[in-house]
Design a protein around this ligand. Structure first.
Ligand SMILES: [Zn+2]
Length: 132
């Protein structure tokens, strides 16, 4: 799937659901996906934030409406796509996107079943560049 098709219809307020309880517009993800009423199963599928049409049924779950939903414009999608491509390019050449410093792989698991997994840090500012 291309970056563009993943961003299409996505909400400008969306944040990483893994790291945040609310989006930039202050909507609580638990409430949008009605975690209490409808349960944990398929809760992510019910979020409209990533461009799934409200009311459509995806894998047996109806996408819930959100009154702060505001889709990205084509220009914003292109801008974001360019930024993601820049980051990918940096990672491919082995430097962090924040400081263009070498990527620190000292905490990557060297062997065994989870070989290659673990966080990659920027060797300069120590921020996580990406996780595998
Ligand atoms: Zn950095």
């Amino acid at each position: 799937m291309s970056i563009k098709s993943q961003l299409q219809g996505g909400c400008r307020h969306a944040t990483s659901i893994r790291d945040h309880e609310t989006c930039k517009a202050g909507m609580a993800y638990d409430e949008i996906m009605k975690r209490k009423e409808l349960g944990q199963v398929g809760c992510m599928v019910r979020l409209p934030c990533r461009g799934k049409p409200v009311g459509s049924v995806i894998r047996g779950h109806t996408v819930q409406p959100c009154n702060k939903y505001s889709p990205l414009t084509d220009e914003e999608i292109e801008q974001e796509e360019r930024e993601i491509q820049e980051i990918m390019k940096d990672i491919e050449s082995g430097v962090s996107s924040c400081c263009k410093a070498p990527i620190d792989e000292s905490r990557v698991i060297p062997d065994g079943q989870h070989k290659g997994h673990g966080p990659r840090f920027c060797s300069k500012c120590k921020q996580v560049v990406y996780m595998v």
